[in-house]
Unconditional design. Structure first.
Length: 115
């Protein structure tokens, strides 16, 4: 079972990035998929989540109206579109998949927002 994140990098304040999470060796269609982030010295926090069908999404207040989570069950991927990025969005972003007793994490991708 594997989750691999990609798309992180360095971006200026106000810029955009699109993170992608690709799952292998399992099918995500039944899984509740989420993006978390962890900044230096802080606890890991939920950024956004999406139900198996994609009909229900949840966002942290700090990213509402700026970030959008989406999924493509046929491609076995989840994405996080991040717009109007701020320095406080700097963190390692992790993909998470949950279903019943299964709880999988990716290795994380660094997002740095700085001028």
């Amino acid at each position: 079972v594997k989750l691999v994140e990609s798309g992180g990098g360095l971006v200026q304040p106000g810029g955009s990035l699109r993170l992608s999470c690709t799952a292998s060796r399992f099918t995500i269609s039944r899984y509740y998929m989420s993006w978390y982030r962890q900044a230096p010295g802080k606890e890991r926090e939920l950024v956004a989540a999406i139900s198996g069908t994609g009909r229900t999404t949840t966002y942290a207040d700090s990213v509402k109206d700026r970030f959008t989570i989406s999924r493509d069950n046929d491609q076995n991927t989840v994405a996080l579109q991040m717009n109007s990025l701020k320095p406080e969005d700097t963190a390692v972003y992790y993909c998470n998949a949950k279903y019943m007793n299964n709880n999988y994490w990716g290795q994380g991708t660094q997002v740095t927002v700085s001028s």
